[in-house]
Design a protein around this ligand. Structure first.
Ligand code: AHR
Length: 820
């Protein structure tokens, strides 16, 4: 490495400044009315959200059916393979496969026979309990207590002194059922004997736990003779209509106006044959056909269509049920029902609607009454398909729409757009539609730097817009404060554009931390505990403070000038070993000593060698940094790849605390990219092994220019991700102005709030969610690290000053009366 004498370089000011500005809210300038249904929830069977989550059943694989392959799939070399027939959109099969991690034919159960015993335990189909539950366990015991043990969903949570309600189907000899602690010791038990000697008999027991253990298990021990057992169920007695109270509370605290269910990709299935079918989820539990979630597990459908509708009614939310449109998941197989089968599918959808809202004189309305609910359920919306696309899909929607509207004119019908944006081809082909559902998963700082996203939507749309799935879910770890700021910025834009955006729901809602199928989820839980991420509290604050009409809010704000691109310089690799040499750094034309000792490896295996500074591991995301506070620089070096799947990465500093980087031979060694919260610019690019490349990066303020082998590749000025964002609305019922202010930056923002034409009450409140650290997160250990704090505001008048903390989401409620 080149060694030169230290020359002066400028360090960025570490002193936090306050930006200043004015926010003028003119009560005479009323904006659009805000839909009461602006915030709902999207509850998908993903991440064991329902099964092993909200649905309180403690036994996993209660019907012994979880080793079944999903319909129409086959198993090849440990992978599930859907049929390789043509995709609905594309005229060729999709190359998708899913790892099949099912170790035995009795997942979640262990079969335990004493060593050397002649007793046997096996899974059989000779005594089917029902069509839906053909497998059962057969035990031939010679009296030495063979047993089967269920491990629950990564443990069963037992609490000392609490009751657990067990039921099972039995034929044959008596059994003992026991609650076990994690060590396998019995902490509660009961004996069950079938009086009926022939056929299945349902038996039940109340078990009381003598200990608290979040990792408990359930054992069934068999006495001498031949015994069959099936459909073993255990519920905590403390449940709310079969649901886990702690998760239910987290959900109801979000005050959802509606619930979208059951997916998502779940609605569509890996294959069209494995799609969920609502009518199979009704009636006695042991007769319900399980559904294979494309997220890799079986749903027993204990929380079925009826329970979903009941849940909506109980939490006073409208139901939004998503029906399959005859096409399976576009990512998984795109297999579909031919057009000739659509009339049957549409009739099936009409039947489901009849079940939910039809009079009890109808076939399906009568079944609803028989199932205990004569009154109609609050089904208000039906969505046709999920994340589909194109005219062919739109034509299908039209058929559903016409049939549904003919019978249920007030039912709102939703078309689901492909991810990001509105699918014009589908909408045109549908001809008429009530609501279009757009999905928006964005990276860190996208929402903040695209705050005007919805402002630019056409105003003359003939449908309402529903953002059915939104989340900032890249570069925000498990969901940190930065994610919450972005999610809040996104919701701010939805509200400001309330004339077109009528509904929204964050996605996904729930994550059993033992099965993360999606990178960022709102509420995390295990068998015993639950916490909400920072974005959970942002969503809650927005739902709790929904105005009924927007008001014009003019913000004039200037953050303090920063040095733009500033920070340490960095060298990095992704899954690749590489070497760097001749590293030269100049600030204002003066060299800085980039000496060997000064490099600080953070991840990877960095070695100073004769040939250069090498990173020898092939781990992902290996970095070493030098110095700090550099800006307006020229950084040049040579780099070569030694081995691995990509090239090398060089960073000239950070933009608002986030690393900016020139990735050469990135993205599987196919692209050169400029990256900051994901790729900003991208061109084709490839790196050869063992060839030295010349890299040069020049920064000036916020502008960066990168060169490869003397040729300019990128020139870019990142937008500022620290503006203050705001909106204002009126809560007529309470006579309060609701002002939302997001300050994503690292300096506080001092705003003068001017309220011309208003009589302002002297006392209000401010609720804030903030953290000094953008990367801070809530966790099981620190569930309340980032939670909203409400305090009163005094001395309010037509013009007052309020200082908004760095990295904060604030909602002011100010009593006002219009005076003009
Ligand atoms: O929310 C997770 C998934 O994201 C949904 O299943 C799907 O609709 C989207 O792609």
């Amino acid at each position: 490495m080149k060694s030169a004498s230290i020359a002066g370089f400028a360090l960025a000011s570490a002193i936090a400044m306050a930006g200043e500005g004015t926010l003028t809210i003119d009560l005479d300038k009323l904006g659009p009315k805000v839909s009461k249904s602006m915030y709902g929830i999207f509850l998908e069977e993903i991440n064991n959200a329902g099964e092993g989550g909200l649905y309180a059943e403690l036994v996993q694989n209660r019907g012994f059916e979880d080793a079944n392959l999903p319909p129409a799939c086959k198993l090849q070399n440990g992978f599930l393979i859907p049929p390789r027939s043509n995709h609905f959109w594309e005229n060729h099969p999709v190359d998708y496969k899913l790892a099949w991690d099912v170790p035995t034919n009795h997942p979640a159960w262990s079969f335990e026979v004493p060593d050397g015993s002649a007793s046997t335990i096996e899974l059989v189909t000779e005594r089917p309990l029902s069509k839906a539950s053909p497998h059962a366990v057969k035990v031939v015991s010679n009296g030495d207590s063979p047993k089967i043990v269920n491990h629950g969903f990564w443990g069963m949570s037992f609490k000392k002194g609490e009751q657990y309600d067990l039921s099972l189907f039995l034929q044959g000899s008596p059994v003992k059922v026991s609650l076990l602690n994690a060590k396998g010791e019995e902490i509660g038990s009961a004996n069950l004997t079938a009086s009926n000697k022939k056929g299945w008999q349902k038996l039940s027991a109340k078990l009381v736990a003598k200990e608290t253990d979040p990792k408990g298990k359930l054992a069934i021990t068999f006495s001498k003779g031949t015994t069959y057992v099936d459909f073993v169920s255990l519920f905590p007695h403390k449940n709310v209509r079969g649901l886990r109270p702690d998760l239910l509370k987290m959900i109801t605290d979000l005050k959802p106006a509606f619930v979208r269910y059951p997916g998502g990709c779940y609605v569509e299935g890996i294959t069209i044959e494995s799609r969920p079918q609502w009518q199979q989820t009704l009636g006695p539990l042991e007769q319900r056909v399980p559904t294979y979630a494309p997220w890799g597990y079986w749903n027993s459908n204990g929380f079925g269509y009826h329970e979903f509708l009941q849940f909506c009614e109980d939490i006073k939310a409208d139901a939004l049920y998503v029906f399959n449109c005859g096409v399976s998941c576009a990512f998984r197989s795109g297999t579909y029902l031919p057009d000739e089968e659509l009339p049957g599918l549409i009739q099936n959808t009409l039947d489901a609607i009849e079940y939910a809202v039809g009079p009890t004189s109808t076939k399906w309305g009568a079944l609803r009454a028989k199932n205990g609910h004569p009154k109609p359920f609050p089904l208000k919306y039906v969505e046709i398909g999920n994340e589909q696309s194109g005219a062919r899909y739109g034509k299908r929607v039209k058929l559903f729409y016409d049939a549904i509207k003919a019978k249920y004119p007030s039912m709102k019908v939703i078309l689901s757009s492909w991810i990001s944006g509105i699918d014009r081809a589908a909408i045109n082909a549908a001809e008429k539609i009530d609501i279009v559902d757009e999905h928006a998963y964005t990276g860190a700082n996208w929402a903040i730097s695209h705050a005007d996203h919805f402002d630019r939507y056409p105003r003359n749309a003939e449908y309402d817009l529903y953002i059915g799935e939104f989340a900032c879910n890249a570069d925000v770890a498990n969901g940190n404060m930065l994610a919450a700021l972005n999610d809040a910025a996104y919701m701010l834009g939805m509200e400001r554009n309330a004339d077109i955006v009528k509904m929204g729901s964050y996605a996904p809602l729930l994550e059993n931390i033992n099965r993360r199928e999606w990178e960022v989820n709102l509420i995390h839980f295990d068998s015993a505990k639950v916490f909400g991420r920072a974005s959970y509290y942002a969503c809650r604050m927005f739902a709790e403070n929904l105005p009924d009409q927007m008001i014009s809010a003019q913000l004039d704000y200037k953050p303090t000038e920063t040095k733009g691109i500033v920070g340490p310089i960095g060298l990095g690799t992704y899954g690749t070993s590489a070497e760097f040499k001749d590293i030269k750094l100049e600030i204002d034309g003066k060299p800085v000593d980039v000496n060997q000792a000064g490099w600080k490896p953070r991840t990877g295996d960095w070695k100073v060698r004769d040939t250069g500074y090498a990173q020898l591991s092939q781990d992902w995301d290996c970095w070493s940094y030098f110095g700090d506070g550099y800006h307006d620089l020229t950084l040049s070096l040579k780099a070569r790849k030694l081995a691995g799947g990509e090239g090398f990465v060089v960073s000239p500093g950070e933009v608002e605390g986030k690393r900016l980087q020139f990735n050469v031979g990135g993205w599987g060694n196919g692209k050169n990219t400029l990256e900051l919260y994901g790729a900003i610019q991208m061109v084709d690019g490839h790196v050869d092994t063992d060839r030295w490349y010349d890299i040069r990066i020049v920064t000036k303020g916020r502008e960066v220019t990168t060169y490869l082998d003397g040729k300019q590749v990128f020139k870019h000025t990142p937008v500022r991700a620290d503006p203050v964002l705001t909106n204002a609305g009126y809560d007529h019922a309470k006579g309060e102005l609701v002002v939302k202010v997001i300050n994503p930056g690292s300096e506080s923002a001092k705003l003068t709030l001017n309220l011309p034409g208003a009589e302002v009450g002297s006392k209000g409140t401010v609720t804030s969610l903030s953290s000094p650290d953008l990367t801070a997160e809530n966790s099981f250990d620190e569930p309340n690290k980032i939670v909203p704090v409400t305090r009163s505001l005094t001395g309010l008048s037509n013009s007052f000053i309020h200082e908004f903390a760095p990295h904060s989401i604030s909602i002011l409620r100010i009593p006002v009366r219009r005076t003009r």
